[in-house]
Design a binder for this molecule. Sequence first.
Ligand code: SF4
Length: 81
Amino acid sequence: MHIDTITSPELEWQQEALCAQTGADFFFPEPGSSVREAKRICGMCPIRAACLTYALDNDERFGVWGGLSEKERLELRRVSR
Ligand code: SF4
């Protein structure tokens, strides 16, 4: 049986993800808690644009991606239709 490598080419950009160094907790906060720290880290991340594009293309519903919260991504999708 062929076993794929864990990192698919599609996700290679994630190797530069700042959140990979800080841990996922900030990025998937409990409902109603602050996403400010996650957004601050995204603001310094070199792959922010790729991350946001990935989240929008894959309809990621939870957590902060590319500096935008779930609500903000929903709003972005709504206005860009
Ligand atoms: S933009 Fe934010 S969520 Fe996306 S990879 Fe960078 S730090 Fe992680």
